[in-house]
Design a protein around this ligand. Sequence first.
Ligand code: BTN
Length: 270
Amino acid sequence: MSVKPPDSPFSDEIKQRLETEIFGRTIYHFDKIDSTNRMAKDLAIEGAGEGTVIIAEEQTHGRGRLGRSWVSPLSSVLLSIILRPQVSPTQAHMITLMAGIAAAKTIRRYDIDARIKWPNDVLIDGRKVCGILTEISAAGDNINFIIIGIGINVNVDIDSFPIEIRKRSTSLKAEVKKEISRVEFVQLLLKELEDYYNLFKEQNFVALSRDWKESSDTLNRWVQVTTPNEVVEGKAIDISQNGALIIRLRDGALKTILTGDCMHCVNGRR
Ligand code: BTN
């Protein structure tokens, strides 16, 4: 590996009380970077090991899902983690769901009712507090690596969000009305991620689906899901054993959707 983790008091502090085996044992911390996912990808190509974490204070080109950008005011937690699971690429979306469960559970430890909008946005009272972007490199039936990128509005002031997303966004600080330790938050998040990842590897998504359902904001709601092929509208009634959303359409037929952009509707309206 040509790039060595730079010295960083923030990384050292995280490692001090970290309860994980491998997640976050190597941390690359940057004051400013284009995107932690981009950097994670480069490091993964160079051979960085599973559990390597890339954290930035600021991103100039943060990436969001579906080609969108991710705007992250200062005092967020912006991190990416490199995974090398020995599963088929067709199972990669379950790892994305797994990250959503871990993020929601971490936030709930602060007595906040964090809920997951399928597939893995984390919301508090309908406002987004955390976004997750999974990027995968595969060759045929094998995964080379998966990058899970997580952006959480931790100590962010609501006023620092661009006006167009302010109403739809919140932060942990805004919810608990005080700053929280970002070091402790990252430690807790990495522990939840590692525990759920191990459970997923041992028992597949079935073992995680109960926790996903418990944290879900999407189940029993009227939703509109845009997939690459169609727009599906109906009531979200369940999640399948492989992480697909099961929707009951107006005519009663069931539709199973593996990936898509989900919108919660109010009274059957967007
Ligand atoms: C989304 O909701 O659209 C996903 C947003 C993911 C943002 C995080 S921030 C850390 C990591 N680096 C990136 O460039 N994106 C992810």
